[in-house]
Design a protein around this ligand. Structure first.
Ligand code: 13P
Ligand code: ZN
Length: 272
């Protein structure tokens, strides 16, 4: 029986674990992280010093991995059932650093995962599929954050806005800076059961042209160079949704920027 070894984190990895904890706390403070809602991952292969020397002394968890490009890569990822509000204080229980076996028959637990029955998030399939896409298409994007932003979810329950063009038009019109920072807008993935390959598939389709994808009637998922950037995207678009709903809840028609005001932003800042 192989010994169960754990790796000690170097300063860069410690910083990333700290950032995950910070973002977890932001999500909780925003009211987007009820119970165990949300999950976070970062690809960290280049930061693992013992890379290439084998991981046989670490605990191996058998599990079929359906993303060949993830073989041999390492990730920090939140554990299924972990609470965002506890990530900072209980990082070793709530976060796992794992190495995906080259044979794609499981992963090694390098660090963390010390909670009872700690497994990676139930959205593991979506995270790995999206990381695979990012390796090939946008390698500087290393982080993925999934959360349940209340105002955005509310919008995807309104039929009129459950359409990519309509929801982007609405969001851009609620805040002039959104067009500058997120000119491509948000992708919209149709509802699929949480934790499934089907959800991973529709997310991947929507991600081809976007850095942030709304999961209809569930939440959203953003990619970023780091977890802070991914959080910023979600924060910005939820703010736009919130402004719209605040006006509506106060009983007003919400005016929004006009088409010509949006066009002026496009022309002035050279965005699409
Ligand atoms: P996990 O606790 O398994 O990450 O699930 C939370 C979630 O939001 C699933 O979509
Ligand atoms: Zn979720």
């Amino acid at each position: 029986m192989p010994s169960i070894k754990k790796m000690s984190l170097n300063a860069e990895l410690q910083k990333l674990v700290q950032n995950i904890g910070e973002v977890g706390h932001y999500l909780w403070e925003r009211g987007w992280a009820e119970k165990n809602a949300g999950n976070i991952s970062i690809e960290v292969t280049d930061l693992i010093e013992k890379r290439g020397q084998g991981f046989d002394n670490y605990q191996k968890v058998k599990r079929e991995i359906s993303e060949p490009l993830c073989g041999g890569r390492c990730f920090l990822i939140t554990a299924s059932g972990s609470r965002m509000r506890e990530l900072r204080e209980c990082s070793q229980e709530s976060i796992i650093m794992l190495h995906i076996c080259e044979e794609l028959d499981g992963y090694h637990v390098l660090w963390g995962g010390e909670g009872i029955g700690a497994n990676p998030t139930t959205e593991f399939a979506s995270h790995l599929k999206l990381h695979s896409f990012l390796f090939e298409n946008n390698p500087s994007q290393k982080a993925i954050v999934h959360t349940h932003p209340s105002h955005l979810i509310a919008l995807t329950h309104i039929e009129l806005y459950c359409e990519e063009k309509a929801i982007n038009r609405l969001l851009w019109s609620m805040h002039p800076e959104l067009k500058m920072f997120l000119p491509e807008g948000v992708g919209l993935a149709p509802y699929r059961c949480p934790g499934t390959e089907e959800l991973a598939e529709v997310t991947l389709t929507a991600l081809q042209e976007h850095r942030i994808v709304l999961w209809e009637k569930h939440g959203c998922l953003a990619t970023g160079a780091d977890v802070m950037e991914a959080f910023d995207f979600i924060d910005m678009i939820n703010k736009a949704a919130q402004i719209f709903l605040l006006g509506r809840c106060a009983g007003y028609e919400v005016q929004g920027l006009t088409e010509s005001q949006i066009k002026e932003l496009k022309d002035r800042f050279g965005v699409a």
